[in-house]
Design a protein around this ligand. Sequence first.
Ligand SMILES: C[S@@+](CC[C@H](N)C(=O)[O-])C[C@H]1O[C@@H](n2cnc3c(N)ncnc32)[C@H](O)[C@@H]1O
Length: 408
Amino acid sequence: MSRLNDLAAEIAKSTEEVSEYFSTNNLPQPSFEISAPIDAFATAPSDIQNARTKAIEASIELQQLLNGNVNVMIPDTNASSMRAIYRFKIANQFPIGEEISYSELADRCDLYEHDLRRLIRYAIVRYRVFKEARKGYIQHTAASKLLAESTSIQNVMALIFEETWPANAKSGYSLANDTPLSIYSFLASHPDRAKRFSSSMATTSESGMAALAKLYDWSALSPGSTVVDVGGARGHVSAYLAQRFPHLNFVVQDLPAVVAGSEMSGEDDAVYYVPSDVIDRVTLQAHDFFTPQPIIGAAVYLIRYTLHNWSDAYAAKMLRYLVHAMAPRGQIVVQDHMLPEPGTLSLLREREIRGMDLIMLSLFNSREREEADWAGLFDMADERLKLMSAKRLEEGSASAVIVAALEG
Ligand SMILES: C[S@@+](CC[C@H](N)C(=O)[O-])C[C@H]1O[C@@H](n2cnc3c(N)ncnc32)[C@H](O)[C@@H]1O
């Protein structure tokens, strides 16, 4: 028997004892519903409390083993949804047992509907605070009912969000680096750190690049076509595509500090250089994507995991410069996160992507987007720019390859 089996057996045995206790004593089983007792174990005898502790401990260890040694030490810093629920007294805005639409609730809390929705959808999958039984409408759960009704729980939240959390949160990027600048502006004046930062992107997910190679028909582009990789760091994605599609040329654009020194290859192991077999077809160019696009009429403008760093106004501005440079039949290919319909991914995947959405909110004041949000963003950039297709990398994936082109 492995440790995994031992733990699973321990969980099964202790849970059986606990569950049996509830049924033989005619007590309600623990649940997230509003009818559930605040503390199902309040009057349980010590042997049942012990069984409960054993089941919890075994499930924590099992979860940690299954998660692995990296995930086990990543702190859970994403408390912004609970903080917003506390601060805007969201649980108090509608009665227990009734449902309310996001738009009505947003009015009552004086928040943007799309921000309220993202905060609540994360709280649903992470904290079981609220539920969305019908799309677009939320109801209370046992936990949100407590937030609405229990003074002692409200005091606990006040302690966390007024006293402890602000102190933790003060280790943010600006404070840590003693700068009022955003991460990218700060790195622009620290070329060595900028290069390492961008090179760390080169170590991310080979499978994501493979999906990009597969989900867009690169081979259909005519020989000699140019692909502009906007915000392409030091060219790891373009190099990957260049190795697979020898008929294409790539221009990788990024901030000057990032691309600096890219022509001298290889003297620093920690920094990514385009491999020599494709160096003649992958050119690096310093370019700020908030200025007019210098490469006119490229077949494809590729933007990978970059638009999600920017709020709609900035993302639309960046896209508009591409629209101005695009030939009538050119295309914009985006690989980025695409938020799922609620409840359509596994709980863990949905937690991950909604957690990322809130990180985008606190780090960049930006957002992850649903398919309709992507279409809306293209429209905001230019009303002729249409979403042509959006394909998830694989079933259940939180990322997609999205193609946009000019209509007509
Ligand atoms: C999250 S990384 C994505 C890198 C790469 N596209 C990938 O898929 O791995 C975002 C990139 O955008 C670049 N970037 C940020 N602001 C920029 C700007 N104003 N102009 C050009 N590039 C910028 C960053 O330096 C960084 O390399």
